[in-house]
Ligand binder design. Structure first.
Ligand SMILES: [Zn+2]
Ligand SMILES: [Zn+2]
Length: 159
């Protein structure tokens, strides 16, 4: 019943509450507009730099939802409450993706030491905070921004 849902969204817009800021149209305008690739890159970068992420068009505070997938991929749903644009972003939208490479053994060791000592570490490749989980005899390290892990290395099998 996808068609019915779409008609419902239009109905909300037509009912209108007199507001002129576009908020009541959130949900149907999203289909018509999206950010440019450059703006998309900016949003991904700001998200991972942990800067408050704002809409490149109207400076509205974006609502962001990160989903982390088993295996190391992610998607980031960004939505602007002001203009109603929304988009699902992925690692391929990251402006630094060409610099992403596999962690070296030395880097894995340094990250492990930092986590053991102070409970946190930044990724030596992309600078994002490391996700980690400790289990007996094992420290699982993961970086969702660039897709590194000390247990996902099969992802980076050389050609
Ligand atoms: Zn906006
Ligand atoms: Zn990283």
């Amino acid at each position: 019943m996808a068609a019915g849902a779409e008609a419902g969204a239009v109905g909300i817009g037509m009912a209108g509450t007199g507001g002129r800021n576009g908020l009541e149209f959130f949900g149907n305008r999203e289909i018509l507009m999206s950010w440019s690739p450059e703006q998309t890159h900016q949003i991904v970068e700001q998200f991972w730099e942990s800067i408050g992420v704002r809409c490149p068009d109207d400076n509205g505070p974006l609502r962001l939802k990160l989903r982390k997938f088993r295996g190391g991929d992610y998607d980031l749903l960004a939505a602007c409450p002001v203009c109603g644009k929304r988009k699902e972003l992925r690692r391929a939208d990251d402006p630094h993706r060409r610099r992403f490479r596999r962690w070296t053994i030395g880097e894995v060791q340094r990250v492990s030491e930092s986590v053991a000592r102070i409970g946190s570490a930044l990724c030596p490749v992309c600078g994002a905070p490391i996700d980690w989980q400790a289990a007996p005899g094992l420290l699982l390290l993961r970086c969702f921004r660039c897709g590194n892990s000390n247990s996902w290395q099969h992802v980076y099998t050389p050609n």
